[in-house]
Design a protein around this ligand. Structure first.
Ligand SMILES: Cc1cc2nc3c(=O)[nH]c(=O)nc-3n(C[C@H](O)[C@H](O)[C@H](O)COP(=O)(O)O)c2cc1C
Length: 375
């Protein structure tokens, strides 16, 4: 079936974000590889992102790239704090443009108090100066349990970080990225300003909801000004902290409304990440309801994420009006051909890169050697 025909699965219909047309609604969720040195994309990133760029997904978002070396989570995080980082990304994007149709987004982030830890396979241990660690920041000097205490970020450093985000946005464009996703989730710096659990400031950036949103909005404004007007920018939020007294879905709706007014194109509704006492009812589609609330209440496009693993589940999220886009993380690592399988399950054709044409189900059946197919 042609995906544009009436009654076709929404999952495989195009979607426009500003001047960017996505082939379909499948998004590869950002996933940190912790495999870079000094923030530079290397062969791992080319192979990893390259295969996902020929997966048939509509959009791929890179792992969080740190805007400051002190904004890395582990020493292996990708970075974009210097012009020297641009070439590594450009190589990946050139590959993606040449061989795939997946649009390429970059997630920009700052780890805040959750930075300076070893890779998960080394136990995510807090790294002191003697282990190659670095100074970490939070709105208030509150340590993540079991880790070192962050410095209370000063107004001067906040301004510096806003400038670093803007520089990173400019470099993202120079590298050729089609889209930016701002990481304002998971207890990292921007989320830490939002949630009253991590923000106990008494200046203009703490206290009221309006004050706690200010830093995130400052950052958004800066990147929106530094990235071309025709290119979309979305924001990933934690729609709830899953902790009493924390950030709530109602707060998220208020934040989404402000972001929309500043030119934000979509909200990706993730959750949690502030502290280990969070109580998350994990299960299929467990975060999709937040995408729905934000979409309805703030009138902005949303991306659902979190244990979306089946084609029909993804389709139902879209058909039920919960979200405009669906992001898949671990399912895409497990099976980078997920979009091909989903297309087959829903009765439509997926994009196959030319050298893989013969793997297409119709070609396998015919055992065809020469394939001429509309691309
Ligand atoms: C290995 C790994 C790395 C991740 N890194 C990031 C990241 O850099 N930025 C982010 O916003 N989320 C990150 N996440 C969260 C995923 O993007 C996604 O939201 C989460 O895994 C839930 O979706 P899933 O059930 O489809 O995997 C990561 C998840 C995994 C498994």
């Amino acid at each position: 079936m042609d995906a544009t025909a009436a009654g076709a699965p929404i999952l495989f219909t195009p979607y426009d974000l500003r001047g960017l047309r996505l082939d379909n609604r499948i998004v590869v969720s950002p996933m940190g590889q912790h495999s870079a040195e000094d923030g530079f994309a290397n062969d791992w990133h080319l192979a990893h992102l390259g295969q996902l760029a020929v997966s048939g997904a509509g959009l791929l978002i890179t792992e969080a790239a740190a805007v400051d070396p002190r904004g890395r989570i582990s020493p292996g995080c990708l970075g974009i704090w210097s012009d020297d980082h641009v070439a590594g990304y450009r190589r990946i994007i050139d590959f993606a443009r040449t061989h795939g149709r997946t649009k390429m987004g970059i997630q920009l982030g700052h780890s805040g108090r959750k930075g300076s830890v070893s890779q998960s396979w080394f136990g995510q241990k807090s790294l002191g100066d003697e282990d190659g660690g670095w100074e970490i920041f939070n709105p208030s000097p509150l340590a993540y349990p079991g880790r070192k205490t962050p410095t209370q970020i000063s107004r001067e450093t906040m301004d510096e970080v806003v400038g670093q985000f803007a520089d990173a946005a400019r470099r993202s464009h120079e590298a050729g990225f089609d889209l930016i996703e701002l990481h304002a989730a998971h207890g990292y710096l921007i989320h830490a300003f939002l949630t009253p659990i991590l923000n106990q400031r008494t200046d203009d950036y703490g206290g009221s909801l309006e004050n706690r949103m200010r830093f995130g909005l400052d950052v958004f404004r800066a990147i929106r000004a530094a990235f071309p007007a025709e290119k979309p920018i979305g924001v990933r939020v934690s729609a709830t902290d899953w902790i009493d007294g924390g950030w709530t879905p109602e707060d998220t709706v208020a934040f989404a409304r402000e972001l929309k007014a500043l030119g934000c194109d979509y909200i990706c509704a993730s959750t949690g990440g502030v502290a280990p006492e969070q109580q998350i009812p994990v299960g299929p589609l467990y975060q999709a309801g937040f995408a729905e609330t934000i979409r309805r209440e703030a009138g902005i496009a949303t991306m659902a994420v979190g244990l979306i693993t089946q084609a029909q589940e993804a389709e139902s999220v879209l058909a039920d009006g919960k979200a405009d886009l669906v992001a898949l993380g671990r399912a895409m690592l497990y099976n980078p051909r997920w979009p091909w399988h989903a297309a087959e399950a829903l009765g439509v054709q997926a994009f196959y890169p030319l050298p893989y044409d013969r793997a297409h189900p119709s070609m396998r059946r015919n055992n065809a050697f020469v394939v001429q197919r509309e691309r």
